[in-house]
Design a protein. Structure first.
Length: 199
């Protein structure tokens, strides 16, 4: 009897060792939506350098964050960002600032020539909020525009945007995140144009 039990146990262990780990296919998504319209400024004969955004720790990852309760952060298992939020947002910031026509040039690191203005941003929140009465994608930024020539800070404020999530699916959440980003970028452009000194 003991021999039969030992043989059964050995067979079970051998079977367990033969199981291959389950591979979960992970889809990748992008935030790539620009504002349909941006504020226009009077062109300054100066270059704006758009620095890589800093990112709060929970969002400094390709994983897509969501919440179903206040102060909660979880991540989608089968979809993620194709790049970190900072790497997705920086080219959008550059394109948006160029669209304002408020600068002679808008560049990103490793730009080495002289520049007058520097745009610093921090991504403080980028998550899908399913705890709200109506689910929304939230993007919160802190922005600072510095005049490197005078040493003055021309703009220092928080910008927040939210867009409704039409359905409880990853595709709907990603679409909402794109819409929220476009809204935040449009507001940022308006604030930058308003903060620049008159020519």
């Amino acid at each position: 009897m003991k021999g039969a039990a030992a043989a059964l146990l050995a067979a079970l262990l051998a079977g367990a060792c033969s199981f291959a780990p389950v591979e979960v296919e992970v889809r990748q998504a992008l935030i790539e939506q620009l504002p349909a319209e941006v504020a226009q400024g009077n062109a300054h004969r100066a270059t704006l350098l758009v620095l890589v955004p800093a990112t709060a720790a929970p969002y400094d990852t390709p994983r897509i964050a969501y919440a179903t309760e206040p102060h909660e952060i979880a991540y989608y298992a089968r979809v993620e960002w194709a790049r970190t939020p900072a790497r997705m947002l920086q080219p959008l910031l550059v394109q948006t600032m160029r669209a304002t026509r408020a600068f002679a040039a808008v560049e990103a690191p490793p730009y080495l020539d002289r520049y007058r203005y520097a745009l610093h941003t921090e991504i403080r929140e980028l998550r899908m909020d399913f705890g709200a009465q109506a689910p929304v994608a939230r993007l919160a930024l802190h922005v600072r525009l510095a005049d490197e020539q005078s040493g003055r800070t021309l703009l220092d404020r928080d910008i927040g945007a939210a867009a409704p999530i039409a359905a409880r699916t990853p595709d709907a959440a990603i679409a909402a995140a794109n819409a929220a980003a476009a809204k935040a970028l449009a507001e940022l452009a308006a604030e930058v144009v308003r903060a620049l000194p008159a020519r």
